[in-house]
Structure formats: C-alpha cells, structure tokens
Design a protein around this ligand. Structure first.
Ligand SMILES: Nc1nc2c(c(=O)[nH]1)N[C@H]1C(S)=C(S)[C@@H](COP(=O)(O)OP(=O)(O)OC[C@H]3O[C@@H](n4cnc5c(=O)[nH]c(N)nc54)[C@H](O)[C@@H]3O)O[C@H]1N2
Ligand SMILES: Nc1nc2c(c(=O)[nH]1)N[C@H]1C(S)=C(S)[C@@H](COP(=O)(O)OP(=O)(O)OC[C@H]3O[C@@H](n4cnc5c(=O)[nH]c(N)nc54)[C@H](O)[C@@H]3O)O[C@H]1N2
Ligand code: SF4
Ligand SMILES: [Mo]
Length: 709
C-alpha cells in the first residue's frame, strides 16, 4: 500500500452530520474536516440504511458553499433607497437594537399583529427553523400558515390514509414494480433511486415513472408515462377501472379495509381508458398496459411525490393515485403499498421550543404562499387585521420563490414596511430588506433533523467554527427576545443543546450526547402499522375512497381566522376523479407551464455555487419541436412566456419529451438571471387552491411568443 496515502487518510478527520436542506432524503453525512474551520468533501454515510452512502452532487461539494467568497459576514443596514443595493455595515448590537426598535414602534402604532415573522425550510433543523415561533407567540405577532410546499400533497394523502406515513421506503428494494409518480427523484431526492434500482438489479423489478416530461428520472425507467399537467386523477381512475373490469381488484381486501368499494366501482364504470386517454394525452394501450402491470404485480410500491400535487386539483390527484394501492391490495405485501412522507411518525414535542403555551388563539394567521397579496394589503389576505409593517425573515427567499412575484416585490418596496432578513447570501429578498443579518450554516451550529422521506432522526452537531460575523438563528431569536422584553418566558434562555435534550427526553429517546454517539435513531413503525394492516388512520380504520374534504381531521387545516377551507372546495369530487380546477389552456393562453425543479439548484439555494451555475447554464424553456415550429422558434432563441400576472424571457430548448401544448421551465433562477430582473414566479398564482391552500406552481396557463426587440 502506498505509505503516503495511508498517512493522509489516517489524518483525515470525519465529522458526522445530517443534510439540513429542504429535501425529503435528509441524508446522513460524513464530512471531511480539514481544520477547525474548513471542510473537504461530503459523503453519504454508508452505514445509514436509507442514505446508503449516496448524496447528491450539490452537497458532496458543500465546501463551495460554506467557504463561498460571497457569504454574508457583517450585519448591513440600508443606506440608500429600498432595493438600490447601498448598505452600511453595523455591529450586531446596533443592528439588533434597530430591529427591536422598529418592531416596537410598529406594534405601538398598529398592534402586535402588524409584525409578521416569516420563515421556511431553508434549514430543516428544528431548533434553528422553528425557534422563531417562540418569539411570535410570546409577542402575539401574526401567525404563519406555512402552506407553500406540503399542503396540496399531504391533504390528498391524508384524505385517503388518515395518517402521514406509509410502507418503509427501504422496502422499495424488495418490490417487483416501483411506480415513481410525480417526483423527479434523480434530481430532488436521489436516494429513492438507490432503493428502486436495487429492486431492478436484484429481482428484475420494473420501474415506472409518471411525469409530464421525460426528465432525468424517466430516463432511468423501464416504462415512462407522460401525462398532461393536472390529469393524474384521470389516469388513476382508468387504472382502477381496469382493475375492477378485469378481475384484478382485491375484493377481499377492499371489503375489509376500505369505506365504499362498491360505490367506487360503480363510479368508475364510465372512467374508461378511452376517457382517460382524451384527458391525459396517453395512448389507451399505455394505460391498459400499466394497469395490467399493477394488477398482476402484488408487490407494487407507489412512491408518490410532491410535484404532481402542485396543481390546483393536486390533492384530488394525490388521493386518486393513492387509491390504486388499496384497490389492488398491494398494502398486504412486503415491497408493496405506497409512500409519500413519514412526517407523522416522529412525534417530537416542540412545545417548549415553539412557545406553544404562549400562543393566543385570537391572533390572526396569514398565508405563507399569499405573501404577495398580504404585502400589497389585499383585504382578503389580511383577514380584517392591520397591514404588515414589520417582518423578520429566516431561511426563505420569498422575493424569489413565492407566487405572484410582482406583488411580492411591490410589497417589499413599500416605504411603510420594515424588513429584517437573516441570510447566508445576498438573496433577492435580502436585497429588498432594511436590515440584513449574516447567518451560520449547518456545519457551524447544533441542530436535530427528521427525515420526511425516510424514518430517521439525525443529529447535526456543530463541526466547524463559523467565520467571524455570522450568528445562528437561535442567537437572533434570543437576542431579540431580550430587547423585546420576553426573554424571561418559558423556552427562552436555553441553548440549542438544551432544546434538543428536552425534545428527545420527552419522547424517551435519550439526549444530545447519546444521539451524538448513535448518529441517528431509526423510528420506522413495524410492518403491520406501516402497511395499515391494523387499520388506516381514520377513526373506523378504513381507507377512504370518499374523502371528507372539509371539516374532518387533516394535517394542514387552516387556523380559525382563515375559515373552514379555501378555493372552490365545493367542487372537490365525491370519489377519485378528474376535476378541471386547473388553469385550463384557452385561446389567449394556449400553453400549460410547469416550473419543475433543476437538479443543481435546491429551490433558491445553490444558485451561487460554481458547479450549479455551470451545469444549469441559463434560464431555459423546454418547448415541443412542433410547437416551436408553429411559433417560429429555433433552438436557443429568446422566448417570452406570459399571462395576466406578467411575462418572463428565457431561452428555448427544443425537446420532444413532453406533450404538445406543454412548456417547462426548470429551476427557480435568481431574479436577475432573467432579463428585466424578474423571475419565473412572476407567472405563478397566489390564489389558494382547494381545500387547504398551497402553491400550484406547476399549474399555469401561458402564452409563448418571440419577444419584441
Ligand atoms: N416556481 C416555483 N416556485 C417554487 C417551487 C417550485 O417548484 N417552482 N417550489 C416551492 C417549494 S416546494 C418550496 S419548499 C419553496 C422553497 O423556497 P425557499 O424557502 O426560498 O427555499 P430554500 O432555497 O430551501 O431556502 C431559502 C434560504 O434559506 C437560507 N438558509 C439556509 N439555512 C439557513 C439558516 O440556518 N439560517 C438562515 N437565516 N437562513 C438559512 C438559504 O441561504 C436560502 O437562501 O419554494 C417554492 N417555490
Ligand atoms: N435538485 C433539487 N432538489 C430538490 C428541490 C429542488 O428545487 N432541486 N426542491 C426540494 C423541495 S423543497 C421539495 S418539496 C422536493 C420536491 O420534490 P418532488 O416531489 O420531486 O416535487 P417537484 O420538484 O415539485 O416536482 C417533481 C416532478 O413533478 C412533475 N410534475 C409537475 N406537474 C405534474 C403533474 O401534473 N403530473 C405529474 N405526473 N407530474 C407533474 C414535475 O415535472 C417534476 O418532474 O424536492 C426537494 N429537492
Ligand atoms: S439528496 Fe437531499 S438530503 Fe441528500 S445531500 Fe442532497 S440535498 Fe441533502
Ligand atoms: Mo418544498
């Protein structure tokens, strides 16, 4: 063996952590520690049964992000006009004093609800992400109905299963048919592929991918089904129609475990493959073949993603796809059933961290996804309360990622709004702030993580020293609490580790120190529970083909001040179906646009790293060659897409892996990567979909044309 290599390997120190990003995989990480403030490569932990040694390319090169020359290092206070880019540096003391002073002044003028703390999942660490809730509740600031990501998908799943878990995602490796539905797993949660591909290698399993374009995941599939956006409910109905028609429905299972199989069968009588073909754009033979495959393969595993639910009928489509597993009876078999999220299994008590006991139920909530209407003072978005005149923003970049971007920007530029953004980089949102505070990254602070797409609780302890300047979210919340007079209340005055000790301790899972030894906890429920063989989550234990869309239990129900439900909820169907609640194309808007994820970005993150920039190149629109022909567009041409909300310029890429009349813009580019400095979310809508809101970011009718000039 080469002696030199042995020496340098022996020297290489490895720290254990968890990926903090908003990705269902929540990988267990091995981090090369080069010194007390520098890292080398990051690897997936081989001994974690879900991560299985694999991480995405973005995080493998995290050194490029944590040691990036553009990281924010100093608190900044706006010097010129809003959004003009003139800043002066300030000390932490002075910056925090200023924020507290502005919050107090705003509250004195318009009441506490005029302050709106706004945050999301830029870090998934519970302490750093959710501690802001403690400050909110202590101060009676406006509540945050965090809807953008999960509401459409979780609602659809829950309406059927009555609980947020499913078959063990590692069981995909024991499946004979893995259906990857509406998630571009190769790009967005690569570990799904590890387990799915293992099933193909070891047992000859078929991998089916259902999406609206021939994406990186479909390229790895044995069977790819390309549907029109927002039509998955029709496909699911036709599949179930064939299962009943051809004697492949598991009637014994249906009788025992479901609410109304006879009603469903009767309802599906007219939902034929021909009916679905006209709606989805799929040939009848593809629908028949897929149904036969599912009907004859007991160990079929439905891995249902978020993407296909980001349509205004997304909850309906999620519920319809999930219903197939019940009709086929796949739940009874190892390697069979369905999975979307394990968010229901962890049950960590965040009460002290979030200051739940301090919450005043009379304080209004505002909708995360509707920040545009909120900030331009649309009365229906403010729920009868005062305008928002002060904000603290952590772990999210709404000026870039929220729908109706023009309204969001107009709102942020209001003179009577004070905005403090705590960030790692000068994002689109930081650019329009009054005060910008520099934030640490995950390797520089302690936190604890839950895996939505797997079953682990992972620890991410502080492994390196941050540069001089950045401070943790926890620090900012604690320091503001002191200045705002609430730091004596329960939950304040504790360290990150103490909060982790409490959350683990209350659940009998040890503490920070023991978890540091163990690295993670495997919280997988037993087989019968995971597969709902002791009954589904609803009170009667039955899977519901007939959802109780409104009024029953659900994970994302709106708080009291927002009413019982949103959108045209009275049009939600009794049984799985296709409902045209989507933005149907029309004469003025002949195309349907989806804003699918880019592989080298993660939402608005990583747009700053050299590798991601090089791989993604520039904002690009995938256009079918026949459509391009009609529009007189050649590959690489500038192309403008628009609707009543605005218009955006990208470059066309001719691509025949989608249905005609559909266009796709991958990735949420920084706004200034586009001409005119406006990003793709200028085109997406902030109307709340039925029944419990969310953001239908893949559901947009647009026109497509050659730009003038
Ligand atoms: N058009 C379109 N729009 C979309 C989507 C889409 O598919 N298409 N997807 C939607 C979805 S699902 C989501 S979840 C949202 C997500 O959108 P964002 O919430 O913007 O998501 P991220 O990019 O994950 O994180 C935002 C920021 O958190 C910062 N951050 C990370 N860690 C920390 C920390 O410890 N402290 C502080 N203070 N900051 C930190 C990062 O630097 C980053 O700028 O976008 C939504 N918008
Ligand atoms: N590289 C990368 N990884 C990410 C992210 C990212 O932006 N980039 N975002 C992270 C976040 S916050 C989340 S929530 C997850 C989301 O991860 P996913 O569950 O994968 O969801 P999406 O990324 O919204 O979209 C997935 C796929 O759904 C497709 N789709 C859109 N509309 C329809 C439809 O009507 N029917 C069908 N069948 N398919 C449709 C899109 O084209 C896309 O290929 O990924 C996380 N991981
Ligand atoms: S796949 Fe997801 S969880 Fe894993 S390292 Fe990449 S971003 Fe993080
Ligand atoms: Mo998300």
């Amino acid at each position: 063996m080469n002696q030199h290599a042995t020496v340098s390997q022996a020297k290489l120190k490895i720290g254990h952590s968890a990926c903090p990003h908003d990705c269902p995989s929540t990988c267990a990480l091995d981090v090369e520690l080069l010194s007390d403030n520098r890292i080398g490569r990051i690897h997936g932990d081989r001994t974690n049964s879900y991560t299985a040694g694999v991480v995405c390319a973005k995080v493998a090169r995290y050194a490029d992000r944590v040691h990036h020359p553009d990281r924010l290092l100093k608190p900044l206070v706006r010097a010129g006009g809003k959004g003009e880019g003139n800043w002066k540096e300030a000390s932490w003391e002075a910056a925090l004093d200023l924020v507290a002073e502005k919050f107090i002044a705003a509250e004195e003028k318009l009441g506490s609800e005029t302050v709106w703390p706004y945050f999301y999942a830029g870090t998934m660490g519970l302490v750093q992400r959710d501690g802001i809730e403690r400050l909110r509740h202590a101060k009676k600031y406006s509540g945050f109905f965090g809807s953008i990501c999960t509401n459409l998908a979780w609602t659809g799943w829950y309406m059927g299963a009555g609980a947020l878990h499913g078959s063990d995602p590692r069981e995909m490796a024991k499946s004979d048919c893995v259906v990857i539905w509406g998630t571009n797993a190769v790009a967005t949660q690569v570990n799904v592929m590890t387990h799915a591909v293992r099933a193909r290698k070891e047992r000859g399993a078929k991998i089916v991918v259902i999406d609206i374009y021939d994406n990186a995941t479909m390229k790895q599939a044995d069977i790819g089904l390309i549907v029109k956006p927002g039509t998955d409910g029709a496909l699911a109905c036709a599949v179930m129609h064939v299962l009943f028609r051809d004697g492949m429905a598991d009637r014994a299972y249906l009788e025992k475990y479901t609410d109304d199989p006879k009603g469903l069968e009767a309802h599906l009588a007219t939902r034929t493959p021909e009916w679905a073909a006209a709606i989805t754009g799929l040939p009848v033979e593809e629908i028949e073949a897929f149904a036969r495959l599912v009907g004859t393969t007991k160990r079929t595993f439905f891995r249902l993603g978020y993407g296909f639910a980001r349509q205004r009928n997304g909850s309906v489509n999620m519920h319809a796809a999930l219903s197939i597993a019940a009709v086929a009876g796949c739940w009874q078999y190892e390697g069979g059933g369905a999975f979307h999220s394990n968010s229901g299994i962890f049950k960590l008590d965040k009460g002290l961290l979030e200051g739940t006991r301090l919450r005043d139920p009379n304080v209004r909530y505002l909708d995360h996804s509707r920040i545009g209407p909120v900030l331009v003072n649309a009365p229906d978005a403010l729920y009868g309360g005062p305008p928002v005149t002060a904000m603290l923003i952590q772990n999210t970049n709404p000026a870039n990622v929220a729908p109706e971007q023009r309204l969001v920007r107009e709102g942020f530029l209001r003179d009577d709004l004070f905005t403090c953004v705590h960030e790692q980089f000068m994002t689109d949102t930081a650019k329009v702030a009054d005060v910008v505070l520099p934030a640490t990254m995950f390797l520089e602070h302690d936190d604890i993580y839950r895996g939505g797409g797997n079953q682990h609780i992972n620890l991410g302890p502080k492994l390196i020293e941050p540069p001089e300047g950045p401070r943790t979210n926890h620090f900012v919340i604690e320091e503001l609490a002191k200045r705002l007079g609430v730091s004596h209340l329960p939950g304040f005055g504790m360290t990150e580790r103490e909060h982790i000790d409490v959350m683990l301790g209350k659940r009998g899972l040890g503490d920070f120190a023991s978890l540091k030894e163990q690295k993670w906890l495997d919280m997988q429920p037993d087989f019968e529970t995971a597969h709902f063989l002791k009954g589904f989550g609803h009170p009667d234990g039955k899977f519901r083909f007939k959802p109780q869309w409104v009024g029953g239990a659900a994970p994302n129900k709106p708080p009291r001040n927002m009413g019982v439900a949103f959108g045209p909820y009275d049009r939600l169907p009794e049984f799985p179906d296709h409902v045209d609640l989507i933005e149907v194309a029309d004469e003025e808007h002949p195309f349907r646009l989806a804003t699918s994820p880019a592989r080298s970005f993660l939402n608005s993150s990583f747009a700053e790293t050299p590798m991601s920039k090089a791989r993604e190149i520039r904002p690009t629109l995938l256009v079918h060659p026949n459509d391009a022909d009609r529009l007189g567009l050649a590959d690489g041409d500038r192309v403008e897409i628009g609707n009543k909300r605005g218009e955006v310029v990208l470059h066309a890429k001719l691509f025949d892996g989608l249905r005609q009349g559909v266009v796709i813009a991958e990735g949420i580019w920084p706004n200034d990567a586009h001409e005119r400095g406006e990003g793709i979310n200028v085109l997406t809508g902030a109307d709340a979909p039925a029944p419990y809101g969310g953001a239908a970011v893949h559901d947009n009718k647009v026109w497509v044309r050659r730009p003038a000039g």
